[in-house]
Design a binder for this molecule. Structure first.
Ligand SMILES: [Zn+2]
Ligand SMILES: [Zn+2]
Length: 378
């Protein structure tokens, strides 16, 4: 079968790979027909990261957990690329009850068994059943995260079909929700539970490196009734998308210096803050902009950081850093998408043909989606 393979910076190739087979009666084989580029994929696609990260580990600049997460050679190609897809079920093991051949399903990026302690408590990206020595068990990061392959393949093995796969709801376009495996629920978790706690609260989204997650967060917050969603970014293109989603676009110039200069010293107006710049300066800005009792979520993977702990103390702030648990959040997110109040397709800036994936995923744009015809028409 054909498998999109990350080779090195700016090089993706279709390569031949053996077809996966069922290893147990709980498994399914699916055929992805829509796939998207995750914001994190931009790091190895556009930067040489393996050697700098190895050096950073050697001199103890980077936390040794980076090695536990990404292996001894972080992002060293070749490895099967991609971890966001919508697929058709091609084959089911004998114990699979919730899906059948031909169903259209979202495949969450992380493997989750559905019955370990962490899965039971909604921590599905921290499923312990398969993690072994690695911190995560997931598609699209090579052997450091297990033998699962990448989402831009003709076939993908799903080890716990009933626990992992979520049906695409009626009336929802699979292309629009190409990022439901990862980036979209990552945006959802930064604002949806928070707006339940503080209905109508103003939201600040610091946009940037997590290109689409910040926009998903902004658009979802507007649709969930936030009285005001301010979206900060230096990218004009993303500011326009934020505006089209109903957020208030605020253009900033440069990064760290702007944040330092403009951060409120005591407290800001927002009960909900999101850092999608994935930078420590952006995270600090979001924290300093919180109103008393405010909750900030940082979606980046941060290194060692100085945080405004004094201001957080005086404001009774909450900071949440950490991987999202996509499988646990998907049912609520999909029910919300069915209302049609949020148009996720506005975040997608390029839809290309499946065969053109090696070129399309190298476009410097916010959200790239590739698609092909499903085998089972409806
Ligand atoms: Zn991702
Ligand atoms: Zn589990």
């Amino acid at each position: 079968m054909q498998q999109l393979t990350y080779v090195k910076k700016r090089v993706l190739e279709w390569r031949e790979a053996p077809e996966p087979t069922l290893h147990s009666p709980q498994e399914a084989i699916v055929r992805p027909f829509v796939a998207a580029r995750c914001d994190l994929d931009n790091l190895p696609l556009f930067h040489n990261v393996t050697i700098p990260m190895k050096l950073g580990l050697a001199i103890h600049y980077l936390d040794p957990l980076v090695r536990d997460m990404l292996g001894n050679d972080p992002f060293r190609g070749p490895y099967p690329f991609g971890h966001e897809c919508v697929a058709e079920v091609a084959e089911c093991g004998g114990d699979v009850k919730n899906v059948k051949r031909g169903d259209r399903v979202i495949v969450p990026w992380a493997i989750s068994c559905g019955h370990c302690f962490n899965c039971d408590h909604g921590l599905t990206s921290k499923c312990t059943t398969n993690s072994g020595d690695t911190l995560f068990s997931a598609y699209g990061f090579g052997s450091a995260m297990g033998p699962w392959g990448g989402a831009v393949s003709d076939k993908l093995r799903v080890p716990y079909a009933d626990a992992m796969l979520v049906a695409v709801p009626a009336g929802v376009d699979p292309v629009a929700i190409a990022s439901a495996s990862d980036n979209m629920p990552d945006g959802w978790r930064t604002v949806a539970p928070q707006l339940q706690r503080y209905p109508g609260a103003p939201v600040l989204v610091v946009g940037g490196a997590a290109r689409s997650i910040g926009l998903y967060a902004a658009g979802i917050a507007v649709a969930l009734g936030s009285s005001r969603v301010d979206y900060l970014d230096s990218s004009r293109a993303r500011l326009e998308i934020a505006q089209s989603l109903g957020a208030n676009p605020i253009q900033i110039q440069g990064g760290a210096r702007w944040y330092r200069k403009h951060a409120p010293r005591r407290s800001g107006p927002y009960l909900i803050g999101v850092d999608a710049s994935a930078s420590i300066a952006g995270l600090n800005y979001a924290l300093r902009s919180l109103a008393p009792g405010g909750i900030c979520t940082g979606v980046g993977i941060y290194g060692k950081a100085a945080l405004p702990l004094m201001q957080m103390f005086t404001n009774s702030s909450t900071l949440h850093i950490g991987v999202a648990h996509h499988r646990a959040d998907l049912p609520q997110l999909l029910a919300f998408l069915q209302t049609g109040k949020f148009k996720p397709e506005k975040v997608t800036t390029l839809v290309a043909n499946w065969d053109d994936a090696p070129r399309a995923f190298l476009e410097r744009t916010t959200k790239v989606v590739v698609k092909r015809d499903p085998l089972n028409e409806r």
